[in-house]
Design a binder for this molecule. Structure first.
Ligand code: ZN
Length: 178
């Protein structure tokens, strides 16, 4: 099968970060420092997704640097007893899901509040493919997470991703069937 580099296909390409933390949770940079670092690295857009708190970065936005409010939430426990994490992007106000709710019920709640809901660091979270397969209404999953790699050597989720692709659950490009 021929390998196609999607970034060589025609279209307008934008560089962005949809999962990043600041000193408002467990990140190393302040919101201002993070905005400056991403701008310097040529990013076109960023969503800061601190744990359990929406970080408004709009004061750092410019016509060529879009800031999107976001948050990372933890909820319940998965099959191996770790907390599910989910990233919510394009959200103004977070209403917590009930802790006893299933992950799908929580996702459905968050979909009412956020434009984009996706799974971060599936390998670090210990999410098995059967669990991932059952989830609906998510935009995709994070394939690489640097701090999960630094932390536990569990940053690369290509096994989970490829398994979902092989089963036809995720289309190329990372979109789930819904
Ligand atoms: Zn997380």
């Amino acid at each position: 099968m021929e390998n196609i580099n999607p970034f060589l296909l025609p279209g307008a390409w934008y560089k962005g970060a949809l999962h990043a933390h600041t000193t408002r949770s467990d990140g190393k940079l302040s919101p201002a420092e993070s905005a400056a670092a991403h701008r310097q690295a040529g990013y076109d857009f960023i969503s800061i997704t601190d744990h359990e708190v929406i970080t408004d970065m709009s004061e750092f936005g410019t016509p060529d640097f879009l800031t999107i409010p976001g948050v990372e939430v933890g909820h319940s426990k998965n099959a191996v007893g770790q907390q599910y994490h989910m990233v919510l992007v394009g959200i103004r106000q977070l209403t917590r899901a009930h802790y006893g709710d299933s992950m799908q019920t929580a996702i459905d709640t968050w979909r009412e509040q956020a434009k984009l809901v996706f799974i971060p660091h599936a390998y670090w979270s210990g999410m098995v493919v059967d669990e991932l397969m059952a989830l609906e209404r998510i935009a995709g999953m994070e394939i690489w997470n640097t701090s999960s790699q630094t932390d536990l050597g569990k940053g690369l989720a290509t096994v989970q991703w490829d398994d979902l692709l092989a089963r036809g659950i995720i289309e190329r490009g990372g979109k789930t069937k819904s």
